[in-house]
Design a protein around this ligand. Structure first.
Ligand SMILES: [Ca+2]
Length: 369
């Protein structure tokens, strides 16, 4: 508290001959005057400024104790919390208020990223300016102590947004990419290729909004694979399908769950329908169902014409052929029959004049490669 001269203390005596003395017991009560007197008279004294806590002294006049209580310094801050973004900033909005001009205070920070602290002593609302360095890491906190009062500083850490966060590739591989968008220019990032089948084509480090591009090699293995490209803790997942198996190998696995087992051999006929596995594979039939095989199911005369009925394999293309004599070549007598994928279906073709024009006709169904 600030000092003051105090003039309102009087000694009253019952007579002018009555003498008295005045003194103080502490050094901060000074200039007491007079040191002695007679009769009724003021006792003037000064109170020195108090830069410390509340204190008590005594002025003893005419043997009577007069207690002097001087309040101490008190401080306050206008705010106890500052929150700042990733990038650095100078901060000037913190003020210390003191109860007197004698009240001195200091300010300090407990972390190196709170810099340029204006360490001061002062009175009233005195700003405590400081700088906050850019934050390339995670969210962090520091403390500015001003007049022994804690002021918390929270600086947001770097965060990236990424789009997209995953990509899928066929076994062939190809080019991929994603954008990274940090929340501040202080945010720098680096990328390392997460697997030997991924190559980062764009710069592997950067700052600010950037597009990352990469290449995925062909997957020659029979297993799908996944790798994660990590940028500042944010993941971009790359998935790649397995290499496709040769069609007959896949067909063996689909039908027999094995490739080297006897029942899956090309020449085996496990369902006993007279067509071996290779023939059933080519024509699109089930090798474990004796009713499922490539066959003409009926020849029916319709007046002068003849309808050829046959079971056609799903996903295959057939053409009807005929010949009049087995000693001559078969010739195509229909256009292409393109059978939808799936199970075999009954199909038919009307051979115009097939029933009457010639003494005999032989039919067969040609499988178009
Ligand atoms: Ca068979």
């Amino acid at each position: 508290m600030d000092g003051v001269s105090f003039t309102n203390l009087f000694v009253s005596a019952t007579g002018t001959a009555c003498t008295w003395t005045a003194s103080a017991d502490v050094l901060w009560l000074t200039n007491h005057f007079p040191a002695s007197g007679t009769g009724t008279a003021p006792v003037v004294f000064s109170v020195l400024p108090n830069a410390g806590p509340s204190r008590t002294g005594e002025v003893t006049a005419a043997g009577i104790v007069h207690t002097v209580i001087q309040s101490g310094c008190e401080f306050s801050l206008n705010t106890n919390l500052t929150t700042v973004a990733v990038d650095g900033v100078s901060f000037t909005n913190l003020f210390v208020s003191a109860t007197g001009t004698a009240c001195t205070w200091t300010a300090s920070a407990n972390v190196p990223w709170l810099t340029n602290l204006f360490t001061a002593s002062g009175t009233g609302s005195t700003p405590v300016a400081f700088s906050i360095l850019p934050n390339a890491g995670e969210t962090r906190t520091g403390v500015v102590m001003a007049a022994d009062i804690e002021h918390l500083v929270i600086q947001i850490g770097c965060e990236l947004t990424m789009s997209p966060t995953n990509s899928s590739f066929t076994a062939t591989g190809g080019l991929g990419g994603f954008s990274v968008n940090p929340n501040g220019t202080a945010c720098v990032w680096t990328i390392t290729a997460p697997a030997d089948w991924i190559t980062i084509d764009s710069p592997t480090n950067g700052a600010g909004l950037t597009v990352v591009s990469y290449s995925v090699q062909t997957n020659t293995t029979t297993l799908p694979r996944t790798a994660t490209i990590t940028v500042a803790g944010v993941s971009h997942v790359v998935e790649q399908a397995a290499a496709e198996l040769p069609p007959f190998v896949q067909w063996q696995l689909d039908n027999f769950k094995c490739t080297n087992c006897p029942e899956a051999a090309t020449t085996a006929d496990p369902d006993g329908d007279g067509q071996d596995n290779w023939a059933e594979f080519l024509a699109g039939f089930a090798p474990t169902n004796s009713a499922s095989f490539f066959q003409i199911t009926g020849l029916n005369a319709e007046g002068p014409d003849l309808r050829v009925n046959w079971l056609a394999g799903g996903g295959r293309t057939n053409v009807v052929q005929s010949t009049e004599k087995l000693t001559t070549n078969f010739t195509d007598i229909s256009s292409l029959y393109i059978i939808p994928p799936g199970v075999p279906v009954l199909t038919n073709h009307l051979h115009l004049g097939g029933a009457t024009n010639h003494p005999s006709h032989f039919y067969r169904i040609r499988l178009v490669p």
